[in-house]
Structures are given as structure tokens and as C-alpha cells.
Design a protein around this ligand. Structure first.
Ligand code: UD1
Length: 430
């Protein structure tokens, strides 16, 4: 089993290139099926989730050709089935995106229900509500979500909660439905806007993405396009908080500063200095961190996908902070692991009360999910002594070359697969 072995205590210093957004890439890859023409996609992250989705698309006859590590060509002109049987797709949350795309184009889809990180109940009732409003029948049988429609017609849909996935799915299906669809209470995340831009570049007519109300005028056909995926706001935020936690000086490159506003605001509140330029952000952390309170919210609020990373920083701050998780109910599973490293955190319901400690000490810990796993690595990088992090497959779902990028910033981290390699690392770093 692959693990990370880490010797902490070094500030992270230097520059790191941020890759394409995983959460934008996943719907964009699925949406490429909405046309028979060829789609060229650039800045695609090479991570487990995108690779699983591409494999599943190939399984139903989508031509997938990689022209580079981050560029891929897709052609869905010869799809031979609307039934996805790929077993692996169940492991990822984005399993629900082929449903919206296949339903929009072929009026039928059968796709395994999504998995992804176990961070709480991840309902799909709003996806189903959207598909039904557009005229589809939806049943869940034998682990599959099965949808079918004689005709898809635009509709006025009020989302009962702000859902990234449901907003994206409805946009994909509605792009080829007859007439006007209005999504009220839509998600405003940068990846929602990126998908809308991608669809518009294929000839769709979508307005309002990035606001609460998205208006989609259905078109009869979409065409091929060339598209570059936006940078990953969460990967960038993770490295920015890694700088804060290790008292480092890190510049994240190839970012869109606007997408990072809620993250930079919190970094400044806790005492970091931020320098912003067109597509870079520098974070300098030189003093003991200060406390703050934070509540996760849909964009432009503080992202739930950054909650473990900020908690790792606040657990080293002087005083008590409160972190409230308002999106997913099971997102504090990393707290036990952080406690092994010396953190003092008490969780009650959806709130963590964090009493800052002076330092972390290295320990054997497990990554409970993708973002918490990355956050625990940043804690280990700040800790005195050695840590071993298990279950790093979760981290690989969404971070490309995580350990190499950290090594580039001076981190002492190695990917290992047995005790012998751990001992070798310890001998090497001393
Ligand atoms: C996406 C992201 C995930 C991020 C989350 C919130 C991907 C692949 N994943 O997940 O990284 O943490 O957005 O920014 O892009 N809900 C319902 N019914 C639904 C759909 C959602 O009740 O039909 C609830 C969920 O249980 C959750 C909240 O709405 O409490 C937000 O979920 P949603 O925005 O849909 O998250 P995902 O699309 O699953």
C-alpha cells in the first residue's frame, strides 16, 4: 500500500505551478459527449478521477486520444451504448455527469450511482428533480440511475439547495432541450461558469452562469471546440495554506486570483501576507498564526473543500477558533488523526472548536478523504519529526504530482510502499 513518509519542520519556500481544475474537468469531459464533432481540451489535470471518467467514456465508444499529459481529444460521434457499466466509475462523485450529457443528447442514460469521498450524505434528489422537470423519467434500480425521455423541453427549475452537481447536470441536459430552461438558486462556483463557457463555445446559449439564475435556451445541435480548463482553485488554496502552516513563502502560479478571494481573505485574517499579481499569488507566513472563525458556504463563500486545510492552520494559531461546516455533515473525520499529532479540537455537530497548540508532532496517520488527506500532509510538513500518511490514494484522486510539487518547495516527503523504504528515507534525510 502506497504511503507518504514525511519529515516535518521545513518551511515551504518557492513557486508551484497549479494545474487544471478537477471539478471543472469532470463535467467538461462528460459534456464533450454532447456533440458528434471533435473536442480538444487543454489544461486537463492528470488525476485519478479524470482518468476514471475518461476510461468509462471510452467504454461506451467515445474516442479518447491523449495528445499530451494535459491535453486530450474526444469524439463522441460513434457512441455504441448509453449504458455505462465501468465498475470504477462508482468510485467517483462525478459519475453523475455522464447522465446529464447522455440524457441531453440521446434522451436516455443508465449510469452507476456516484461514490466519491465519504464526507456526508450526498443526495442526488436535485439532479433527479431537474431531469424530471425537463421531461425525463428517472428510476433508480440495481445501483443504476436510469433516465429516459421521449422529448426534453425547457422548464423553470427552483433548486431546493445550492448544488454544484445538480446545476451542472441540468445545464448539460437543458443545452439540447427544446425551449428555455431557467435554473433558480443555481450554484455559482467557478467550475459551473467554466462548464457554461465550454458549452457556449460548442454553440450552446447559456446566460447567467456565475449568478443565482442561469438561463439556457436549448439548441438543436452542438459543435466541436477547443477549450482550456480553468486553474484548480482548491489545489492553489491547499498550497497557500501549506505555506501558512509551515511558516513558508510560497507563490502559486497559473491561478485566477478572483477565484481565491475567500481563501486569501482568511489567510490575511490569520496573519499571512499576500501579494497578488495577474496570475500568481504569494503567501508569506512569518509569525505565529492568529485565530479566526470560518463557516463553509457555497461560492463565493469559503469552500467546504478548503475546510480541513484551514482547520490545520487554526490548530496552530494562538487562541481558540471555530470552524462550522455547513455543506457536508461528515467532514471532520480528520480531527482524530490531527489529534494524534497534538491538535486540540472538539467537534460538536457541524462545529469544531479549535484551541491552538504550539506545534504538531509527527505521527502515523491515515487520509480519510481527498481534501482532508492533503490537509494532514500539510500538518505533517509542519510537525516535529517523522509522519507516515496511509491511504494516499484518496489524495491522488484530486492532486497531480502532489509529493513532487511539495518537494519542489523544499518539503522532505517521499512516496513509499513498504517499511524498508521508510527506513531508507529516514537514513537519507537524517
Ligand atoms: C461538488 C464537488 C465537491 C465540493 C462540492 C461543494 C465535484 C466532483 N465535487 O460536489 O468537491 O465539495 O461540490 O462545493 O465537483 N445536495 C442535495 N441534493 C442534491 C445535490 C446536493 O441535498 O441533489 C446537497 C449535498 O448533500 C450537500 C450540498 O447539497 O449537502 C452540496 O452538494 P453539491 O454542491 O451537489 O456537491 P457535489 O456536486 O456532490
Amino acid at each position: 500500500m502506497e504511503q507518504y513518509v514525511i519529515k516535518g519542520g521545513n518551511p515551504l519556500v518557492g513557486e508551484v505551478e497549479i494545474g487544471g481544475s478537477k471539478n471543472a474537468a469532470l463535467p467538461i469531459l462528460a459534456a464533450a459527449m454532447l456533440t458528434d464533432e471533435t473536442v480538444y481540451i487543454d489544461n486537463m489535470p492528470d488525476v485519478f478521477d479524470t482518468n476514471v471518467l475518461l476510461h468509462a467514456l471510452e467504454g461506451i465508444g467515445v474516442m479518447v486520444k491523449r495528445t499530451g499529459r494535459h491535453s486530450v481529444i474526444l469524439n463522441a460521434g460513434n457512441i455504441n451504448s448509453v449504458i455505462i457499466t465501468d465498475e470504477n466509475i462508482k468510485k467517483i462523485r462525478a459519475a453523475y455527469y455522464p447522465t446529464g450529457a447522455l440524457l441531453g443528447k440521446y434522451h436516455e442514460a443508465q449510469v452507476p450511482l456516484p461514490g466519491g469521498c465519504d464526507i456526508g450524505c450526498r443526495a442526488i434528489d436535485q439532479h433527479i428533480k431537474g431531469f424530471k422537470a425537463l421531461g425525463a423519467e428517472v428510476v433508480i434500480e440495481h445501483g443504476l440511475i436510469k433516465t429516459k425521455a421521449e422529448r426534453l423541453a425547457g422548464s423553470h427549475i427552483y433548486m431546493d439547495c445550492v448544488s454544484v452537481g445538480a446545476t451542472i447536470n441540468v445545464m448539460m441536459t437543458a443545452a439540447l432541450a427544446e425551449g428555455l430552461t431557467i435554473i433558480e438558486n443555481a450554484a455559482k462556483e467557478p467550475h459551473v461558469v467554466d462548464l457554461a463557457n465550454f458549452l457556449n463555445s460548442m454553440g450552446a446559449n447559456i446566460k447567467g452562469a456565475g449568478t443565482d439564475v442561469i438561463r439556457i435556451k436549448g439548441v438543436t445541435k452542438l459543435h466541436g471546440t477547443e477549450y482550456t480548463i480553468i486553474p484548480d482553485q482548491i489545489e492553489a488554496g491547499t498550497f497557500m495554506f501549506a505555506a501558512a502552516v509551515t511558516k513558508g513563502d510560497v507563490t502559486v502560479k497559473n491561478v485566477i486570483p478572483k477565484h481565491l478571494e475567500s481563501i486569501t481573505a482568511k489567510l490575511m485574517e490569520i496573519g499571512c501576507e499576500i501579494e497578488e499579481s495577474d496570475d500568481c499569488m504569494r503567501v508569506v507566513s512569518s509569525k505565529r498564526l492568529k485565530t479566526t472563525h470560518v463557516k463553509t458556504l457555497p461560492y463565493p463563500g469559503f469552500p467546504t473543500d478548503m475546510q480541513p486545510q484551514i482547520a490545520v492552520a487554526l490548530a496552530l494559531a494562538q487562541g481558540t477558533s471555530i470552524v462550522t461546516e455547513s455543506i457536508f455533515e461528515n467532514r471532520f473525520k480528520y480531527v482524530d488523526e490531527l489529534t494524534r499529532m497534538g491538535a486540540n479540537i472538539k467537534v460538536e455537530g457541524n462545529t469544531a472548536v479549535i484551541a491552538g497548540v504550539n506545534r504538531y508532532t509527527g505521527a502515523s496517520i491515515s487520509a480519510p478523504d481527498l481534501r482532508a488527506g492533503a490537509a494532514l500532509v500539510t500538518a505533517a510538513l509542519a510537525a516535529d519529526g517523522y509522519s507516515v500518511v496511509d491511504d494516499i490514494r484518496f489524495i491522488e484522486r484530486g492532486y497531480e504530482d502532489f509529493e513532487q510539487k511539495l518537494q519542489g518547495l523544499g518539503a522532505q516527503i517521499e512516496r513509499v510502499s513498504n517499511e524498508k523504504e521508510i527506513q531508507k528515507f529516514k537514513l537519507q534525510v537524517g
